[in-house]
Design a protein around this ligand. Structure first.
Ligand SMILES: Cc1cc2nc3c(=O)[nH]c(=O)nc-3n(C[C@H](O)[C@H](O)[C@H](O)COP(=O)(O)OP(=O)(O)OC[C@H]3O[C@@H](n4cnc5c(N)ncnc54)[C@H](O)[C@@H]3O)c2cc1C
Length: 585
């Protein structure tokens, strides 16, 4: 069926030489850790497995130079090469010439993770040697993933590994982001790109490389942040505009209502999506920012069950995203829910999205977590994202490495951030309002902080003033015991003083005095209106006072505010979703 040569090396990647060249010539930040070994990018399928893969596709005779897909195409097919060969090319942009990314011989297949995420095509695939290819549509690929465990394992790992390889290859030049290192608009774009694991390159506009890139793309300071794509340049752009351009905004593939729509893609929402999709529910998962939630902002989670050496929140949620995609969940971000109609229209609940679209579904899971509290200081909004951060990961910390920083808060997240930043060479002032750092923080963190040579713990203290130009440069710390005020240099203020539930978009959902959503046994008879009498049942576990609407994770009243608890609630709620949907039938 295909040649031995094809079997031995069905996909030839133009890496890693390209990466070295990229690094040397263009500069970029560190790449995220590969999720699977890159060696699985070019699987060798035996004849029997290959025949099974072909069975999912439709044959197409090819001629030299035929184009099988091109940048901008929506819903690309997996291309399986039975005879001949094809090549994948990153097309030229204003500043970079075209480059071959991979050559695929008979026995191989063309495709990467965008087949599952729905991202538009950003490379061109063209025929090198005439022959036959089989096209596997996104729908057939989902069937393959659901029905053939052996084959799906191989194909899925290959798609992930290819994304990692492409990120390290000339393909990364297909999405180039440029902006100021400390600009909040640029940080929003970079955070989005990182959380979506988008293949992209980042250029700091204040470096010679960034300037060269801007000159060759005809960009000025007024255009920043900007994204250069093969067919267009987005100026003064936002994650929403980039997502629209890449095809990652919400678009419903089916005309049928969803079984369950999950609002919020933090650990709770992701767990609900994995369990919902894996148990056959047509599952939609939305997030206003990007996947991962608060957990993606945690540089090291040390208390997650089964990981004694800790793991980064971005890795944990990144893997969960892949799992949800593998099982067929539809993910969209940035995509903000702005209203939920609590009056059922027949059997359906209607969720309204920013931008005017609406989604109908049989059940809704609210997993919107909580939003960070801020300090009531005069220039606080000016410096958000420009020196004030609510997370301490590589992205935020990069601009402050080696410079003095201030961490505000007395709980574990503040302690973790202080240690992380001190470990990167910053002098850290940990500002705690309470009398004793041990009141709210775990003992293991307190012990480490108190002996760290670069951490100064300042209890009964508060940040009372912020100063700087476009970026934060100085903070004033008031010591309530000594009654003194001290101004000190500060390249970054990392704020960890708790959060409020993200429920302002909801009406008619019962909450506690603190605004967190009450469910099942937390609800009283007064909360349950006539709809319940008609249903003849009480709320199921995690069900709110509105039938078919569930709340899980940090937004849920009395929740533990931990990743493990959030994932447990998200997964468990799906059992209730099944029951609620069955009761509708
Ligand atoms: C820096 C830091 C360190 C932490 N460290 C640890 C730790 O070590 N161990 C631990 O167990 N826990 C830790 N936590 C707590 C943990 O991350 C949270 O308990 C957990 O993320 C809660 O998950 P969630 O899914 O309920 O909500 P979140 O993670 O808050 O996710 C909610 C999601 O909903 C989205 N959303 C909100 N409103 C809307 C809307 N209207 N439409 C669409 N989407 C919306 C948000 O964008 C967000 O992505 C840490 C938290 C932080 C910030």
């Amino acid at each position: 069926m295909f040649s031995q040569a094809g079997l031995a090396r069905p996909v030839d990647w133009a890496t890693p030489r390209d990466l070295d060249r990229l690094r040397a010539s263009r500069g970029r930040g560190p790449l995220s850790k590969p999720l699977v070994p890159t060696s699985v990018a070019s699987p060798r399928l035996g004849e029997e497995l290959f025949a099974r893969l072909l069975a999912y596709g439709t044959p197409q005779e090819t001629h030299r130079r035929d184009v099988l897909f091109r940048p901008g195409d929506v819903d690309a097919d997996l291309i399986v090469v039975e005879r001949g060969s094809v090549e994948v090319v990153r097309t030229a942009t204003g500043n970079v010439p075209a480059a071959t990314v991979a050559v695929v011989d008979a026995g191989g297949f063309v495709g990467e993770l965008n087949l599952l995420t729905g991202q538009n095509v950003y490379l061109r695939c063209q025929v090198r040697d005439a022959g036959t290819v089989y096209r596997v549509t996104p729908e057939r690929l989902r069937q393959l993933m659901a029905n053939d465990v052996e084959l799906s394992d191989i194909v899925f790992k290959a798609l992930i590994a290819r994304r990692e390889l492409l990120q390290r290859s000339a393909a990364a030049l297909a999405v180039e982001i440029v902006g100021g290192a400390r600009s909040s608009a640029a940080l929003a774009l970079r955070t989005y790109a990182a959380r979506q694991r988008l293949i992209h390159l980042w250029f700091d506009a204040d470096t010679p490389m960034g300037q060269t890139m801007m000159d060759s793309s005809g960009l000025t300071q007024d255009d920043l942040p900007a994204v250069v794509l093969p067919d267009t340049t987005l100026k003064r752009t936002t994650p929403g505009e980039l997502a629209d351009k890449l095809g990652l905004s919400y678009r419903r593939a089916s005309t049928k209502p969803a079984d369950v729509t999950i609002v919020g893609a933090g650990p709770a929402g992701l767990a609900a999506a994995v369990y919902g999709a894996s148990e056959g529910l047509d599952t939609v998962l939305l997030d206003a920012v990007g996947t991962g939630g608060q957990a993606a902002a945690s540089s090291r989670i040390e208390n997650y069950f089964g990981f004694p050496f800790g793991l980064s929140g971005a890795d944990l949620t990144g893997l969960a995203v892949l799992q949800a995609l593998k099982f067929g969940a539809q993910l969209a971000s940035p995509c903000q829910a702005v209203e939920l109609d609590t009056n059922r229209n027949g059997d359906l609940l209607r969720l309204h999205l920013q931008g005017g679209e609406a989604i109908d579904s049989k059940a809704v899971v609210i997993a919107t977590g909580a939003r960070y509290r801020t300090l009531p200081l005069e220039r606080w909004p000016d410096f958000e994202g420009a020196g004030i951060y609510y997370a301490a990961t590589e992205l935020e910390a990069r601009g402050c490495t080696g410079s003095p920083v201030t961490v505000v808060g007395g709980a574990n997240s503040a302690g973790q951030a202080a240690l992380y930043l001190a470990g990167r060479g910053s002098e850290v002032s940990l500002v705690v309002r309470g009398q004793d750092i041990a009141t709210e923080m775990s003992a293991y963190l307190v012990d480490r902080l108190l002996v760290h040579p670069r951490v100064t713990v300042r209890c009964r203290s508060e940040v009372t003033r912020l100063d700087g130009g476009d970026f934060l440069e100085e903070v004033s710390i008031t010591d309530r015991t000594a009654d003194t005020v001290q101004a000190q240099p500060c390249a970054g203020l990392f704020c960890f003083i708790g959060a409020e539930p993200a429920t302002s978009w909801l009406t008619g959902i019962a909450t506690g005095d603190d605004g967190f959503i009450r469910t099942d046994v937390q609800l009283t008879d007064d909360d349950l209106g006539p709809a319940w009498a008609a249903l003849g049942r009480r709320p199921l576990p995690f069900e709110t006072n509105v039938p078919g609407v569930f709340a899980v994770g940090d937004v849920h009243s009395g929740s533990m505010k931990r990743v493990a608890a959030a994932t447990g609630e998200g997964a468990s709620a799906i059992a209730s979703v099944h029951k609620a949907i069955a009761a509708l039938a």
